[in-house]
Design a protein around this ligand. Sequence first.
Ligand code: GP9
Ligand code: MN
Length: 709
Amino acid sequence: MKKLSKFVDTRIGFFTLLVILFWLKTLFAYFTDFKLGATGVFQYFILFFNPLATTAFIYSLAFYFKRARFFYPVIMGLDIANTLLLYLNVIYYREFTDFMTIATMTGYSKVNQGLSGSSLALTNFHDVFYWLDIVVIVILMLCKVIKFDPRAIGTRLAFAFTSVALVLFGVNLSFAEMSRPQLLGRTFDRSYIVKYLGIDTFTGYDLVKSQHINSMRQSATKPELLKVKKFTDKHYAPANPQMYGIAKGRNVIVIHLESFQQFLINKKINGQEVTPFLNSLYNGKDTYSFDNFFHQVGQGKTSDAENLLETSTFGLPQGSLFATLGSDNTFQGAPAILNQRAGYTSAVFHGNVASFWNRNNVYKNLGYQYFFDASYYDTSGDKATGYGLKDKLLFKNSIKYLQTLQQPFYVKYITVTNHFPYTLDDEDKDPNFQTTDTGDSNVDNYFVTAHYLDQSIQEFFNYLQKTGLDKKSIIMIYGDHYGISNSENPSLASVLGKNADDWNDFDNAQLQRVPLMFVIPGTGHGRIDHTYGGEVDVLPTLLHLLGISSKRYIQFGTDLFSSKHNQIVAFRNRDFVTPTYTSVGGTIYKNRTGKEAKLTKKQQEKLKKDQDFVNEELSLSDSLNEKNLLRFYHPKGFKNVNPANYNYSNGLKRAERIEKKKGVKSTSIFSENGDRSTVDDYSTDAPEQNHSSTDSNRIKITNPDANNK
Ligand code: GP9
Ligand code: MN
């Protein structure tokens, strides 16, 4: 004991004491206040280890202050500041289930205005532990129980401490990268960075990022916006009069098929269709289907698809637009346009946590009125897989929310079960469906989860038909991006009737097709359309089907039904596909042969023009988004979205309050059904629905990044 107190009386001892205490406090926060969802020994190890390096690094800076009257105040100041940062995050987390960014701290972010008075009411008794050590240490110093050590630490030794801390940080970083590749590059979720690297690193990282973003934004000028506008005006494609308004006034139900590729459509394995129900829609008389439709996502995967589809702009060359810019950017996207032009109510149903891809913030900027995330569902026990609630349960358990929304509504279901690594409990597998035997478990399992997804869509459609909701709706179904990556495509080759040995870049590019279907029940309007297009084209197409002109908005895509639609499909990496050619890394392939094309001079010039178009389109979209140029643009009648008006808690209560207020004028499904619930009209064979659950498990999601890719 005496030895210990003597040690604390040295500067190194005092430093060690503060580092250990802060380390413990951080772990305390990790296990009591934050829900970081660590699973497995390795993740727990990283979690345990991660506060050490940064704390040691920061506190070691005090060693460079030689005099005791500087060293002690500096190290205590650092400790207090560090504790304050931790503690503010704890309070903030209690209100927003998220961590504080520089934008929220400086009050720049309009989404969450930092800590409000009400968040201060969120203090908790155990918060004493965050401050107790500091109070005790200060008292002990004042009473001279802890003595000041007059002996300065030599610069060399100080430097040694700083360097060791940096090396530790390097180790931490490489462990994090091992467990979650591209952690910093893609920023899936702020809580992941905290889980792997700690709050200090997260804040430092965010500081660098936000400075970069701010300087980009500050340099922005109106003429840059005009340049973008000129481009989109020039390429605008007027609606096809035969299609314009054919779904006018209908509800819009968007179904996001996770990782779903076009090759699954009409595919038979061992004589059985993988997705019989989707095939029936695809080939059905009420559906416009596209068979040359490509995803265009970058590293932001699902979030890029959402951005492309709902704003008709591209994701970013690196990282996810939702995660990096989405908290503060100005959007003029589908939910806001539909609400302002045609009174649509908007909602998202998704069985993962709200913070994933920063959706909790971005959706507010997009103008989504409701977001029913994992916290609205029972995800306990076997009800969820890696990325959240199983699809059959998502559709079924959303009805109680859906039926309270005022019609017309624009709702989006984001499915998750068909996500890498395509694991599914045996109880959910169809015993009659025999998958492939390629030897690549991802490929074999992919068909199994796709089959499950198909069944879940069928159950949902049964409900739509039973309640008559189908005839009042247009259902838009799309696949967000590839499920089988390029490196695994050769394993897929034999299933597609191709030879793995001569599989090439052309084949990879062609496989980036995903389905797109507009189902308009009861109309007999439908066909399979062979037009080439991509996700960026969806918004203008949808608006025109609903009888809403898209002309006044800045959108990079064009209406797929228009005779002026541009069929050059840009990929995020500047490769592109046209009806005749495919360009990958500068090599041009002929679609008909799949071989490198021998081009005449004229053809070369034409393709060069196509490439220039792709480059210009992508870079103008980037400048629009990176510089937040839409804040300078005010399309006729468009009121900018104020994210502060949105709050995603108590969604059901809010919708019910509106129903009550509207009384006989309420247009919700529930009201139209004579104030009777339609929940019983839904039937599912999901075995989990009757499994008991404990309420304490409600928001718990099995850890998404156990399944990273
Ligand atoms: C997570 C889900 C998956 O909520 O949308 O995103 P992804 O990994 O496909 O980008
Ligand atoms: Mn996805």
